[in-house]
Design a protein around this ligand. Structure first.
Ligand code: SF4
Length: 340
């Protein structure tokens, strides 16, 4: 029998979870969810207890499939993590504990906002668009695509890890060549990432607020150019490494440090779980920071670094001491070798 859980327009296929848990002989389960879905994790945990499982709630943020609560699982002797709201692993896979990714499906209505966004794109004379959605909306992709086709658009949609149209905050590979991009996702976060990756006009529809807008990433690009320019003159660097499962890049940090030392600059490496300004300030002044953790920190939250910050892919501009040809895709890249 198909059983699903529903909360505030979200649906979860609970029978599939039970089936998987039984097949994998799970006993002690940690339910982990991003902050906005913590109430759903509570609902799941209560249902699991009713089914005879020992269930625990994870209180950590759960930023993405890169952030699996392995330490909490270890502390509680957990054998299985149910990770709610993300599509799968990002970065390294966790092998220490079994993980089931549990997508939630958004059921709410947002047609009017979508129609208005499509009309706006048309007014700007774009005919060929590429679509991107977050995992909770991937089942609505056909609906979105059909409406765009009916409105006369040529639509290109790719896929990420076999999920059609899927985008995540640090991967926009599913977007295809087009004149404009349409992102359907809550907030501006994913649309900003798409604009930085694609470098073409991006519209976003917020299915929760039933609104749409064209995004403007010029302030972000100008901040990037400013930080890179400042880092060119920096003598001391702090290279930041995250301990999060899919964000930890110790080898990359070591090679960045070596490269900076070769340039007669000073460089230290700091290892942190939750990166914050307070933690970084404890180490005193550095002229610049290199963020090897989530690339979005540099884009969306650069002020948590007490000085100019660059991502690994931007190091080549710092080392080459020139901004010409700056490509905002480098924000998402971890290779700085072309600056060697
Ligand atoms: S954008 Fe950042 S938080 Fe989100 S999946 Fe990528 S690394 Fe993780």
């Amino acid at each position: 029998m198909e059983r699903s859980l529903a909360l505030n327009d979200y649906e979860i296929e609970f029978s599939k979870i039970l089936e998987w848990l039984k097949k994998n002989s799970a006993k002690k389960i940690l339910v982990q969810a991003p902050d906005g879905l913590k109430k759903i994790s509570r609902l799941i945990s209560e249902k699991l207890e009713e089914e005879g499982y020992e269930a625990y709630l994870s209180g950590s943020h759960a930023w993405g499939g890169c952030d699996i609560a392995v330490n909490e699982a270890r502390t509680m002797g957990i054998d299985t993590i149910l990770h709610v709201g993300h599509h799968g692993f990002v970065g390294a896979r966790t092998t220490e504990v079994r993980v089931l990714f549990v997508p939630v499906h958004y059921q709410g209505e947002f047609t009017d906002a979508l129609v208005n966004a499509l009309e706006d794109i048309k007014r700007n004379s774009f005919k060929k668009i590429t679509l991107g959605v977050t995992v909770e909306l991937h089942r609505r992709l056909h609906e979105i695509e059909n409406l765009a086709l009916k409105s006369g658009f040529h639509v290109e949609t790719g896929s990420l890890e076999n999920i059609t149209g899927l985008i995540i905050g640090c991967n926009y590979a599913s977007l295809r060549d087009a004149e404009a991009v349409l992102i359907v996702a809550g907030g501006r976060f994913h649309a900003i990432g798409a604009a930085l990756w694609m470098g073409i006009p991006v519209w976003r529809v917020d299915p929760y607020l039933k609104s749409y807008e064209k995004v403007d990433v010029r302030p972000i690009i100008s901040r990037r150019l400013r930080d890179i320019s400042s880092a060119m003159d920096a003598h001391s660097f702090l290279v930041v490494v995250s301990t999060k499962t899919g964000q930890a890049r110790p080898v990359l940090a070591q090679s960045i440090k070596k490269r900076l030392l070769r340039e007669n600059r000073k460089a230290d490496i700091v290892v942190i779980d939750e990166i914050s300004k307070d933690v970084l300030l404890n180490f005193g002044h550095y002229d610049a920071y290199v963020n090897t953790a989530c690339p979005r920190l540099t884009i969306d939250d650069p002020d948590i670094f007490p000085g100019p910050v660059i991502n690994p892919g931007e190091l080549k501009y710092v080392l080459g001491k020139k901004l010409e040809g700056y490509d905002s895709r480098d924000l998402f890249r971890f290779d700085f070798s072309t600056g060697a």
